[in-house]
Every structure is written in structure tokens, then in C-alpha cells.
Design a protein around this ligand. Structure first.
Ligand code: LMR
Length: 451
């Protein structure tokens, strides 16, 4: 059968990563994949992830004594029921130690829907604590293989159940969008259309174009929306614009499919970054959300994410949700059986502990703050160089990415002449910039823009 298999192109983003790794130039700069880097261009294991502890009573058997096995721990007292759980006595441990020592981590299967204490806190992060959908039992949450798995599970669910006269409804993606959206929906047979999003002239939102397309799309279309920190453009609607988008979508009975991979990166505030989703929920939409913890927890390779279905308020909403959850379980079982533990466990411990949660928010501010500094730095250097064009969009755009406006030719030149790697569409991952390379990058942009 393999004779019929044509050669597929390499994934552009992972191909870029491979090319960057193979480049031996000491000047090389990676502005490709959306993964946070510190000021030394190194991956950053969040301090909160390193600090996550297992509860005291998990760590010890019985009695009193000195613990030698645990880092940062002097003496401990306690019984196995956790009678003494003074946090000062709690050994601070790195994540790897949890993995090794948590007696609960016995490599058994998680339930099909994943780790409940993780998925319920994950949904709270989006909907807010004590939200109406949670109180009314109209949220079904499933742990997924990060955001990609969540988009896929949602797409699969819609391909099976959201049809018109037996045919799949069309999903409208922003133009441009995260490249993977196209193939995920195509793979499950959902037709794709686009709505205008990026205005090349202003390097901001093409709001009129977007509204027109949403108004013209057939009723009950699926509309994929980036909840915040749009990938690849870094351009988000304002709260007022979100309200208008919701109004049009309500009038057209469209189905919102939110993708949220950057909560905490847009404004640095988790609640604010969930504002678009919360507004749609307040408006009574039935919707789905794909949620990734890759970026905001720095758990890229651990694949921690969730898919959430939220029913609109109705007398039978809880019953509808139960039915949806039962179908999601079947889909999940046939695809991955049950999700992986490690990343979800780390995120869950941090999300469910008050002090660690506060520290996580601090870590998020560190990441988003450094990115904002780099935006300011890059813009200032380009303006200092009087590089042709305007550069305010670098600081106007938000989140992990900036859509520079560089052409495909310029992107190719900056790579071959300066060893600077970015996606063909001119997107740069702002986290790839640091105090040492920002000037070099600005000068390179200046050179290619001048031709
Ligand atoms: C990106 O767009 O760079 C990230 O979302 C990584 C990915 O999986 O594509």
C-alpha cells in the first residue's frame, strides 16, 4: 500500500527548528517556534514548576525524624494522615522528585476524561470561580494532549455531531491563523473557510472585514476564535469589539470554538485574558474551548491541555452536558484511551495550591514583562535606525508573537545573511529576543527592509 503514499512536505515550523539547530553560526537567533526563552535564550523551567511539592503526608510514612532524602528540608514531624502540615516543614521539591516519590504516581491509568482536579481548575481558570455554567453543571471537561489535542477532539466531536443535512458545517478560521488549525480540521473532514483578520496597512485588526465575513457566513457556522494573544499576528479585538463580534455571532447563531493557548501572556492577568470567553458565556452561547498549558506553564513537551464543552443555559442543559461528555469519552478512548499524567499533575498541584498559584501568576508576569521589554527594545532600535516604515505595531501587538510585516523574500534573506530564523509569514516569537541580540536583529531587519 505504501506505493500510493506521496511524499509530504516537512512541517514548516518544526523544519525551521531543525534548520536553526543545524546552523553553526554563533550569531544565530531563533525567532521561530512560540516557546518562551529567558534573557540567555534558554528555555525557562518556571520556578513554580520546580517548586511544586507533594503534600506532606504523601512524602513520609510515620513518626518523627530527619529527612535526608528531601532537598531543602531540615526536620520533619508528622503522621501519614498529614496531621502536621506546616508548610515551613514541607520540603520544597523539584518536579522530578515528585515524579519519583509521589506514591500516587504509580503509572496507573488516569480516567478517560483525565485528572479531575486538573480539569476542574482548568475550567475555573477560563470561566471564573463559581461560574454559572459550573454551578448549573453545564460544563464537560476532558484532559487532552495539550492544545492541539483539544482542538482535534473538538473538531472530531463537531465532525460527528454538528451537521446540516448530513454534511459537516464549515469552520471559519481567521486569516491568518495558527497553521495547524487548517490541517486538524481538514483531517476530520470539516470544510474550511476564512474570515479577514489582519489589516496589512495598519498591521492591526481588520475589524470591518471580520464583521462582514461573520455576517455573511451561513447561519450556524463554526467560528474559530483565538481567546487572546492571537497567533500569529499578536492582534486582539478590544473588549468593545468582542462585544460586537458576539452580537453578530448570536444573530447568525454561529458556534464559537475558542482556542486559548496564551492565557496570562496577553495582559499578564489571567482573568482579563479570559474576558472574551467569559463574555460569550454571559451571552448564553453554547461553545467549546481548547486550552493549552504548554506556554503559560512552560510544559511544552508534557502535553497538558483540556477541552471544554459549555452548554447554553436551559432547563435540560445539565442533561445535554452529560450526553456530550459520554460522547467525548468514546472519542477520547478510541484516540488516546486516556491522557498522560505528568504535566497535568504538575499544573494541577500549582493550580490548586493558593501560594503556588500566586507564584505562578508572578512567573507569568515575569514572562510577559520580559516580552514587553523586548517589544519596546526592538521598536526603539528600529526607530533609532530610521528603518523605513512604521514600527509602532511591534509594541501595539501583544502576546508571544509579532507580525513584523517582513515579506517572504526579506524573511529568506534575513535567514541566509544573518542566521535569524522566523516563519515565512514574517512572524517572530518575541521571546527569542534578548538584551544581547535585539540590536543585532534590529540591524538585520533594517538591512533587509532597505533591500
Ligand atoms: C507556535 O505557533 O509556534 C506554537 O504554537 C508551536 C506549535 O505547536 O505550532
Amino acid at each position: 500500500p505504501a506505493e500510493a503514499v506521496p511524499q509530504a512536505p516537512e512541517d514548516p515550523l518544526f523544519g525551521l527548528m531543525r534548520a536553526y539547530k543545524a546552523d553553526t553560526s554563533p550569531d544565530k537567533v531563533d525567532l521561530g517556534i512560540g516557546a518562551y526563552r529567558d534573557d540567555n535564550a534558554k528555555p525557562w523551567v518556571l520556578p513554580v514548576v520546580k517548586k511544586v511539592r507533594i503534600p506532606f503526608f504523601f512524602a513520609f510514612s510515620e513518626g518523627t525524624g530527619t529527612c535526608e532524602r528531601w532537598r531543602n528540608c531540615q526536620t520533619w514531624k508528622g503522621d501519614r494522615n498529614g496531621a502536621v502540615r506546616n508548610s515551613a516543614l514541607n520540603p520544597a521539591m523539584v518536579a522530578e522528585e515528585i515524579l519519583r516519590n509521589d506514591p500516587e504516581r504509580n503509572h496507573e491509568y488516569l480516567p478517560i476524561a483525565g485528572l479531575a482536579e486538573f480539569t476542574s481548575r482548568a475550567s475555573e481558570l477560563l470561566l471564573g470561580v463559581s461560574s454559572a455554567p459550573a454551578a448549573e453543571k453545564r460544563v464537560a471537561s476532558v484532559q487532552t494532549i495539550s492544545g492541539t489535542g483539544a482542538v482535534h477532539l473538538g473538531a472530531l466531536f463537531l465532525a460527528k455531531f454538528y451537521k446540516l443535512n448530513g454534511a459537516n458545517r464549515t469552520v471559519y478560521l481567521s486569516n491568518p491563523t495558527w497553521a495547524n488549525h487548517n490541517q486538524i480540521f481538514t483531517n476530520v473532514g470539516i470544510p474550511i473557510a476564512t474570515y479577514p483578520y489582519f489589516d496589512k496597512a495598519t498591521k492591526g485588526l481588520d475589524f470591518e472585514g471580520m464583521k462582514r465575513a461573520l455576517a455573511e457566513a451561513p447561519e450556524r457556522s463554526i467560528i474559530l476564535l483565538h481567546a487572546c494573544a492571537h497567533n500569529p499576528t499578536g492582534v486582539d479585538p478590544t473588549p468593545e469589539q468582542w462585544r460586537e463580534i458576539a452580537e453578530i455571532m448570536k444573530a447568525k447563531k454561529h458556534f464559537p470554538f475558542f482556542d486559548t493557548a496564551y492565557q496570562g501572556f496577553a495582559s499578564g492577568d489571567l482573568d482579563r485574558d479570559a474576558g472574551s470567553i467569559r463574555h460569550f458565556i454571559e451571552q448564553g452561547f453554547e461553545l467549546v474551548i481548547a486550552q493549552s498549558f504548554a506556554k503559560n506553564f512552560g510544559l511544552y513537551g508534557e502535553r497538558a491541555g483540556c477541552f471544554h464543552y459549555v452548554a447554553s443555559p436551559a432547563a435540560d442543559a445539565a442533561e445535554t452536558t452529560t450526553r456530550v461528555a459520554s460522547q467525548l469519552a468514546i472519542l477520547q478512548r478510541s484516540e488516546i484511551s486516556n491522557p498522560p499524567i505528568y504535566g497535568a499533575k504538575i499544573a494541577s498541584i500549582a493550580l490548586n495550591d493558593k501560594a503556588l498559584f500566586a507564584e505562578w501568576q508572578e512567573n507569568l508576569r515575569t514572562m510577559s514583562g520580559r516580552i514587553i521589554d523586548m517589544r519596546k527594545g526592538l521598536r526603539a532600535k528600529l526607530e533609532e535606525l530610521a528603518t523605513p516604515g512604521t514600527w509602532n505595531h511591534i509594541t501595539d501587538q501583544i502576546g508571544m508573537f509579532s507580525f513584523t510585516g517582513l515579506t517572504e523574500d526579506q524573511v529568506a534573506r534575513i535567514r541566509s545573511e544573518f542566521h535569524i530564523y522566523m516563519t515565512k509569514n514574517g512572524r517572530i516569537s518575541m521571546a527569542g529576543l534578548n538584551t544581547r541580540n535585539v540590536e543585532y536583529v534590529a540591524k538585520a531587519i533594517d538591512a533587509v527592509v532597505r533591500g
